[in-house]
Design a protein. Structure first.
Lengths: 115, 112
């Protein structure tokens, strides 16, 4: 069965520092992968997605993620974080290739920013 | 930019009462979903809906839950007799046919 693991429950970084959030997935073939961000009390905003092609994908708000098949990873990065990046980040995988495939979410990583 | 909307944003209900959560998906989308997130936990799939029928449902989606697309624009989730453990944030999502699901802002349901 497909699954997503986010090993870091909570990360604190200083404003202006670089960020990497880890994500590992379990899937039998090339997955459809996503990163979503959730600010407190808010909905889920899509940051970026990977379906095929270039393994380094660019997203909104200066985020990027790299798909590494050999490591079953899809880590999220940002070179310089801003205080407004404080939020919960969810890595996710689509359960199949057809439409109407459910999305399976990781348990999330809460990002705090140190002034 | 079109977006998924959900009403109400917050709902408080008594245990045993029926609730209906409403969603307006993006207008040309064909696939619809409900997810829920219990406070402090991850987002969980409940049900997917296409062509006026359920495509897939999770084990959470028992007989107390139902979905409907009554008028071609709204997509509703009904909980017939709410339990304390139904307290959660409920997210609606819609999809045109590609791979990306677009999520609404959620309805926070509190069952007392």
């Amino acid at each position: 069965a497909q699954s997503v693991t986010q090993p870091d429950i909570h990360i604190t970084v200083s404003e202006g520092a670089s960020l990497e959030l880890r994500c590992n997935y379990s899937y039998g073939a090339t997955p459809y992968l996503f990163w979503y961000v959730q600010s407190p009390g808010q909905g889920l905003q899509l940051l970026l997605k990977y379906f095929s092609g270039d393994t380094l994908v660019q997203g909104i708000k200066g985020f990027e993620a790299e798909f590494k098949r050999s490591q079953s990873s899809f880590n999220l990065r940002k070179p310089s974080v801003h205080w407004s990046d404080a939020a919960e980040y969810f890595c996710a995988v689509a359960s199949g290739y057809s439409s109407a495939s459910k999305i399976i979410f990781g348990s999330g990583t809460r990002l705090s920013i140190r002034p | 930019e079109p977006e998924v909307t959900q009403t109400p944003s917050h709902q408080v209900t008594q245990m045993g009462q029926e609730v209906i959560l409403r969603c307006v998906p993006i207008s040309n989308h064909l696939y619809f979903y409900w997810y829920r997130q219990i406070l402090g936990q991850k987002v969980e799939f409940l049900v997917s809906f296409y062509n006026n029928e359920i495509s897939e449902k999770s084990e959470i989606f028992d007989d107390q839950f139902s979905v409907e697309r009554p008028d071609g624009s709204n997509f509703t989730l009904k909980i017939r007799s709410t339990k304390l453990e139904d307290s959660a944030m409920y997210f609606c999502a819609s999809q045109q046919g590609g791979e990306t699901q677009y999520f609404g802002p959620g309805t926070r349901l509190l069952v007392l």
